[in-house]
Design a protein around this ligand. Sequence first.
Ligand SMILES: *[C@@H]1O[C@H](CO)[C@@H](O)[C@H](O)[C@H]1NC(C)=O
Ligand SMILES: *[C@@H]1O[C@H](CO)[C@@H](O)[C@H](O)[C@H]1NC(C)=O
Ligand SMILES: *[C@@H]1O[C@H](CO)[C@@H](O)[C@H](O)[C@H]1NC(C)=O
Ligand SMILES: *[C@@H]1O[C@H](CO)[C@@H](O)[C@H](O)[C@H]1NC(C)=O
Ligand SMILES: *[C@@H]1O[C@H](CO)[C@@H](O)[C@H](O)[C@H]1NC(C)=O
Length: 947
Amino acid sequence: MSIGGGRTKTLLLIFFLLSCLCDKSHGQYFNDESAIQNVTYSYDDYYLRGSLMIKSFPNNMNAYIYYATHDGVWNMTGTMMAAHWKMQNPENTYGNWSFEGPISPYGISKFYVYLQLVESGVTYTDDNDSQYYEVPNGGPRSTANCDGYDVVGTTVAKGVTKLSLALNGAGCALYSPDVKYLTVSIVPYSKDMVRIKIADTANNRWQIPASIVPEGSTEGTITTKSYTVSYTTSPFTFKVSRPSGEVLFDTGVSGLPSLIFEEEYLEISSALPANANIYGLGDMADTFRRSPDTTLQTFWALDRGTKRLNNAYGSHPVYFELRNGKVHGVFLRNSNGMDVALVSGKITYRVIGGVLDYYVFTGPTPAAALDQYTSLIGKPAFVPLWSLGFHQCRWGQTWTTTAGIKATIESLKEIGMYVDTVWADIDHMDAYKAFTLGSGFAGWNDYVATLHEEHMHHVPILDPGIPPVDNYSPYQDGVSSDIFLKWPNGTEFLGEVWPGTTAFPDWFHPQANGWWTKQITEFHGINAFDGLWIDMNEAANFLIPPGYEPAYHINNDGAWEMRGLNYRTISTNVTHYSGATEYDAHNLYGHYEAIHTRSALSSLNPGKRTFILTRSSYPGTGHYAQKWNGDNAATWEDLYLSIPQIMSNQLFGIPMVGSDICGFGGDSSEELCNRWAQLGAFYPFSRHHRAENSHDTFFFVWETVTESALKAYKIRYTLLPYIYGLMQEASKTGNAVARPLWWDNAKDTKTYDIDTQFTLGNGLLVTPVLTPGATTVTGYFPDGIWYDWYTGKAASTSAGYKTLDANLTHINVHVKGGVIMPAQYPAKTTYETVRNNYFLIVALDKYGQSTGSLYVDDGESVDAQYSQVKFGLGGNTLAIGTGWNKYRITPKLDTVKVLGYSSRSAPRRVYVNGRRVSGAQVELSQKVLTITGLAIDLNSKSVLQWK
Ligand SMILES: *[C@@H]1O[C@H](CO)[C@@H](O)[C@H](O)[C@H]1NC(C)=O
Ligand SMILES: *[C@@H]1O[C@H](CO)[C@@H](O)[C@H](O)[C@H]1NC(C)=O
Ligand SMILES: *[C@@H]1O[C@H](CO)[C@@H](O)[C@H](O)[C@H]1NC(C)=O
Ligand SMILES: *[C@@H]1O[C@H](CO)[C@@H](O)[C@H](O)[C@H]1NC(C)=O
Ligand SMILES: *[C@@H]1O[C@H](CO)[C@@H](O)[C@H](O)[C@H]1NC(C)=O
């Protein structure tokens, strides 16, 4: 297939990694004559194919292919290629080999054949066996004739600059016809955020409706701005800088097209500093800091379990850059499929539709940047308190019946496990039909009533695919409301999901909300759930329907497998009610479903917060729903990846996020599940879940796991008031809950790459074990004093790495000096925990000071009356102030624990508001001062002192 008319392509780097288990000596393969001969190859826009001969290629060898891009970045595809290029020699002996692999749109500049032999763990290489081919014209379609646009008209009104752009020359029609006339609007959105939108002047291209994803409006006349925008006129490029002159985004990148704006292909790049610190661009499974030279992120919602570097369930075309301690961000408000590459000091966007609608926000602190971004897309929904407890889920095995689930929950209670929520996966349905209960779930609603009596909760799964079967009112209602998606000729679009053939709701249809709300309300009548789990909403389809594919193939599903846009989803030809095609709106499917689900649950329980776990997401989804990272596997790699995934979602405005504890797919070892139980206890959303046909890993299955889980979840439930306060803050300011270490230490460059640790808020550092066989763990401690959670001893007093004991049942958790954490005595549910008395963990900084706050409300109302209590300790005085007090706090503060107490002797007398507390007891041990026997009312101001 040579769409480009036989243009040459190039640049391939082939490495052969030969691993020899035979008894021959390596010398046999490496001699004066090259072992690689007769390399031939040819290529078109998408594939490179070729053949070669290898002299004396023994059995049991593996061959891998890599290539480098035009930028000379040999590593660009290094890790990807290994998995996806195929070399075949049916006999697996020496002789002729053929190879075939998809070429990235970033081109191929070199072709390199390289032999390596690994014998007994030793790697042998030989330059004589390395062959190297330069192919200067290799790569994607040439952009040589893409001369961009000139500014031909300018108007400025009410602070908004509008530029008229006209295509230079005939254009380059790289993948589709050029759009001739464009309009650029430069709109100061706020003092810290500017919008630069490049759209067709005719204004008939797809743009995301503001009702689905906010676009903001200007905040009147803005006098002081933290940015300046400048542009060049011939060709047009734009630049966003700080007032200091520091350039944040600049589309005038030497050697690259200034702007390509075609019907189905948009390309624009910005310069980045060398070795830039870029975070975001997801969802994905990758390091938290994206490689500045080898990242290629595709945005196309896909039902694909955790897979390194792949596109995943959601699309978040936003990045945050950390530069010299300051953060800024760039959001491209576009829902079309796209590839975004970070290569050698630049970011390149290749987008297959819509318009280029950029928002640049200037931070400069991490929290300010996220506040700015979430001001645009929507602040995260405040979660109900109960959702911060432990969640138990399972698919298959014993979880196909009411009795089986009940037995599991009873066993968890027997080991003393903390459990708040019982889930149900697809087994609860009759023939997998949404809104039904199957025969295995007889008595289910009675069980849910029992759970409610015990202050527990229930969340069932709900998939969007609706089977077109008789006597099934969700389908018949949908047909009469006309809300199912259709082909352009009016025939209903059918795919295949769990129930078999299914229709899919069109969330754009004006009747969709009423229909969805009715089904959810009726289902609640037979299953009194407390939240919903909206899965399969990319939308997933087990079939590959026919549908339109544009000439530019985004890297859907990774590594140039060229699966196409229609791979296991709704056809791109399908049209929505408004006329929007699935081609344009695909990435919004799950997001729009979340909006309707939020609305349905709000009408079911007016005034109450909702809990909706979604798999797919788009910018703004966090305003409606919470998220988990989809189908991970019981591997050490996925245990690690859960941390960058959780931290990335904070940047996406979805702080309530977690990964399936102990891994969803595959069988977990006791040791892995043990480490996962410890780490998972600190996920914002903490759920244990397993796939069908995998072994049970419930926390009662192994003794070490039981011990670890009880120990770690005791901390979680103890810190419930602290974590709840973080969630409340996130809902107001967007601030991250599970934070990278740089969040509160942005000037410390050593933190920029760390993604094996995180903090909850600014006060709690979690340093999990992520490797098998470990008995210690090395973690970084930012500046300040960090106290061991368990002993209260100062573990670190200045920035640096520390190696810590981490036996099998121990997870390292440290409290930051300067932070006061509100805590409660943990009970087995969140409901009971928040009714217990409070205690404070007061971690002193080097000045002997500490501050903190407590947020309390009813745990469930949207506009809850609340109280906020502030704490400040200096010297021997703890001031307790009510910042706001509208919610009556019943439990008392009975204990204060001061970490890092430096006096040698314990105080003898304790006073509250000047009056001696006779029942107070004081203990000083290892610099931990514990004052018990208090009964401080937190509804009014008070002062605690000791002498
Ligand atoms: C390999 O190339 C050599 C010389 O270029 C040629 O003589 C030989 O026939 C080729 N072998 C194969 C298997 O094509
Ligand atoms: C590829 O990356 C690795 C690790 O970052 C580095 O050690 C290696 O030198 C790189 N290879 C090339 C060819 O640049
Ligand atoms: C409408 O289009 C779809 C997809 O091309 C096709 O499968 C279906 O048969 C068509 N329906 C009619 C009535 O032609
Ligand atoms: C999808 O749309 C394209 C372009 O409009 C058309 O060529 C193709 O036949 C359509 N395919 C189906 C299955 O409807
Ligand atoms: C595990 O390590 C912790 C922290 O170092 C220690 O308190 C505990 O006693 C250890 N447990 C065992 C069984 O060694």
